[in-house]
Design a protein around this ligand. Sequence first.
Ligand SMILES: [Fe+2]
Length: 168
Amino acid sequence: MGVEGLATGYASKWGVDTEKATLAALLHDLLKAESKSSLRKTLEAQTDFALDAEDFDHPQAWHGMAAAVVGRRDLGIADAEVLEAAAWHTTGTPGLGDVGLVLYIADFLEPTRSFEGVEALRRELLALPPRKAALRVSEAKFESLRMEGKKPHGRTIRLRDWLTETTT
Ligand SMILES: [Fe+2]
């Protein structure tokens, strides 16, 4: 619900469809508590998204992709922007639409996050257009992964490269 409030706020500020942003925010962590084996089964059986070996190597991102599959299949959500937003909220992916960017940003900055500088980053991003704000978030993600000694997902790298190329 924290992500929902933030996503709706950013969407309204940036002129992105707030209903889609709200629905994507409500859907994205629906399967967060599901077992990894169940999520993996859902992903192996689906054809909605072209997943690669790296996607299967990152179980922390499975709940979003599986939520998109379940959202379409069981909840009747047909909107491709809402579904891609849920699918890629953890890693991002190049070419992500504005609803997806809003959710990617809101998920990183939601109210329970308490990393140093989060308040200032929330305010700073409101003054930027969505792609620039998403670029700032991807840079902040790289920094936090670096501090944890982890490597970013290839989709996150490709998102950052795409955002760099398409924002001036
Ligand atoms: Fe999540």
